[in-house]
Design a protein around this ligand. Structure first.
Ligand SMILES: [Zn+2]
Length: 108
């Protein structure tokens, strides 16, 4: 039988007693950015689209391997096992951003 432990608090997760929660985070360069900025230029962009594609094509051929490997390296898939408590904590602050104030509800 497989044993899991929580990646946040390191507590072993007994899958008989509790649900193991899996967090998957995928980080990658978003190629859509170029597309959307082109949309912003409207009609002029349409007229220039062919030309732009040519330039892009050329650039792609120039550093063919470079671009491909750069994209590969930019993609990271992270996977964590969490216990129920840590799942709740994670969802409250997925990026682990530290706020200046304490999140203890003591001020309320
Ligand atoms: Zn935990």
């Amino acid at each position: 039988m497989l044993h899991y432990s929580c990646d946040m608090c390191k507590r072993p997760i007994d899958t008989h007693d509790e649900i193991r929660h899996v967090v998957k985070i995928e980080v990658y360069a978003a190629p859509d950015d170029a597309e959307s900025s082109r949309d912003g230029v409207e009609d002029a962009a349409l007229a220039d689209a062919d030309h732009l594609d040519d330039v892009q094509d050329l650039l792609e051929r120039l550093d063919d391997g470079l671009v491909a490997s750069a994209l590969d390296d930019d993609t990271r898939t992270l996977r964590f096992d969490l216990c129920a408590d840590c799942r709740r904590r994670f969802l409250r602050n997925p990026l682990g951003v530290k706020s200046g104030k304490k999140l203890d509800f003591s001020n309320n």
